[in-house]
Design a protein around this ligand. Structure first.
Ligand code: UDP
Length: 235
């Protein structure tokens, strides 16, 4: 598959067209941002680590019957994906209180939640990704009721699959963000699943193995991503 015109640059990935109009090429970069782009930096090796970690998760989910945009791993920093019309709703699933949930509800970070919490954020840099609900999604025309029902059910299925897999790797899945998009008549899981978009904690020590190390200037960011890849893939 030939890499063709550049299509779009996000905060950590570039998207290119290919010779198949239904397939895009995603290039994962080392750039890191936090706090809606206010903090910027580079994490050496992050692009290829996130590509390999996302490949691991997309293959796991596809094998369990979750439709995703993932097509093929094509190189250290590159994967092929199905083209998506992205739904502008960021779906956050939480199992343990951290980040904005801990702040919003005044909960201590690390409190295990009685069951998974699903939240929606409007994917809009200008508005700073505000928290929204089903009614907001409806009035803004972001997705239909049926689409949101499918998305919530699928997010909870994904949660069960990921928790079970990560448990065996001695990792807690604290929270994470998913994006979905439309491809022909289907809704597919898109974007990436990586330490940039998930919080992973070591089950025993609760050591943070994710982008919080960058957000909070904790150091050893690259080592944490390498450790996640090692636990997932053995490499
Ligand atoms: N998240 C993300 N992109 C965003 C916002 C959040 O990938 O634009 C992920 C984040 O890494 C965490 C989860 O979603 O795993 C919940 O993030 P939270 O709302 O706690 O925001 P934070 O306090 O990290 O800004």
């Amino acid at each position: 598959m030939e890499k063709k015109d550049f299509l779009y640059q996000g905060k950590a990935k570039c998207i290119y067209k290919t010779d198949d109009p239904d397939v895009f090429l995603v290039e994962y970069r080392d750039d890191a941002t936090a706090y809606n782009g206010a903090k910027k930096g580079t994490i050496t090796g992050k692009g290829s680590l996130n590509n390999q970690i996302s490949t691991y998760f997309f293959e796991l989910l596809q094998n369990k019957g979750i439709p995703t945009h993932y097509v093929e791993y094509t190189g250290l920093n590159e994967m092929l994906v199905k083209s998506l019309d992205i739904i502008a709703v960021e779906v956050v699933v939480r199992n343990i209180a951290a980040g904005s949930l801990a702040r919003r509800l005044g909960m201590e970070e690390g409190t295990v939640l009685p069951g998974p919490v699903v939240e929606y954020y409007y994917k809009s840099d200008e508005l700073g990704d505000p928290l929204i609900n089903d009614d907001h999604i409806k009035i803004a025309g972001l997705a239909s009721k049926d689409e949101m029902q499918y998305i919530k059910e699928t997010a909870l299925k994904i949660n069960d699959i990921l928790i079970q897999d990560l448990n065996a790797k001695n990792l807690d899945l604290v929270d994470y963000k998913l994006e979905f998009g439309r491809h022909k008549s289907e809704i597919l899981l898109g974007d990436e699943i990586s330490p940039d978009t998930c919080r992973f904690w070591d089950k025993d020590t609760r050591e943070k193995l994710d982008k919080d190390r960058f957000r909070r200037d904790m150091g050893s960011v690259e080592d944490a991503y390498i450790e996640v890849r090692r636990r997932l893939t053995g490499k």
